[in-house]
Ligand binder design. Structure first.
Ligand code: PEP
Ligand code: MN
Length: 263
């Protein structure tokens, strides 16, 4: 179902009044985690102003350490919904547990399945039944074939609104947090009809690499970007080092708009 043989034309995912996989490039932006009502509302207005069409922010956080902030959960989902009402941005947020899929789908416009859960097949099957589009991140050590098979679970479960998201893979390189594999954009476009989104934030781990890699992603033909933006990256509870300030995000967006008329 995921393969281009099954569906030769590009799939277009319709979400609210937006289309992903069509002629426009979408930028999804916001903090790694929803930390407070004020933080998410301030960020939402700033990214909207700069031209983003989706607001990102985790209410359930899959953290490496059990002692790290785990997310505001439903309170965070409510703040995201309030930000959508105020700005008109669509909301994408991560679900990490099959038991929370229905709850997250009540609030979100797109469900994000994180890298750590790419092969959580119970979660994939549950997401297939949620009635909302799904953004499926690549596992840190997943091959292209494994990733496509994970997407196949969602489509086989009846949900055809699936997008891939490359967010970097684990390699021997340690300067960058992950190695952003941009070759996946043309590779997926050749093998599949589904849209491909690039995450240059987790893909590099360093804010100063985000803007150049975002440009490279568009040059490679990505259908969209998902970018971490925080009003005060130095105070962020997670992923501050890879987060753009609203000012830097605005500069990047203006530059991207010069590169493409599709933004
Ligand atoms: C995130 O988007 O904040 C996140 C946890 O990403 P990933 O699953 O790619 O690590
Ligand atoms: Mn993050």
């Amino acid at each position: 179902l995921v393969s281009r043989e099954f569906h030769p034309a590009d799939s277009i995912i319709r979400i609210g009044d937006q289309e992903i996989g069509g002629n426009r490039v979408h930028v999804m932006a916001g903090p790694c985690a929803v930390e407070s009502r004020a933080q998410i509302l301030e960020t939402a207005h700033a990214v909207r102003e700069a031209g983003a069409t989706f607001l990102r922010g985790g209410a359930f956080k899959p953290r490496t350490s059990p002692y790290s902030f785990q997310g505001l959960e439903e309170e965070g989902l409510r703040y995201l919904a309030e930000a959508r009402e105020q700005t008109g941005l669509l909301v994408i947020t991560e679900v990490i547990d099959a038991r929370d899929v229905a709850l997250v789908a009540e609030y979100a416009d797109v469900l994000q399945i994180g890298a750590r859960n790419m092969q959580n097949f119970i979660l994939l099957k549950e997401a297939a039944k949620c009635g909302k589009p799904v953004l499926l991140k690549r596992g840190p050590s997943a091959t292209l074939e494994e990733w496509m098979m994970a997407a196949e679970y969602i489509m086989d479960g009846g949900n055809y609104q699936v997008m891939f998201c490359e967010r970097g893979i684990r390699t021997f390189e340690s300067y960058t947090r992950n190695t952003l594999d941009l070759s996946m954009v043309p590779a997926l476009h050749a093998l599949s009809h589904l849209p491909v989104i690039i995450d240059p934030s987790h893909g590099t781990g360093k804010w100063h690499l985000v803007h150049p890699m975002a440009k490279a992603a568009l040059a490679a033909g990505a259908d969209g970007l998902i970018v971490e933006v925080h009003p005060h990256p130095e105070k962020a509870v997670s992923d501050g080092k890879q987060s753009l300030t609203p000012e830097r995000f605005q500069v990047m967006m203006a530059d991207l708009a010069r590169l493409t008329s599709a933004l």
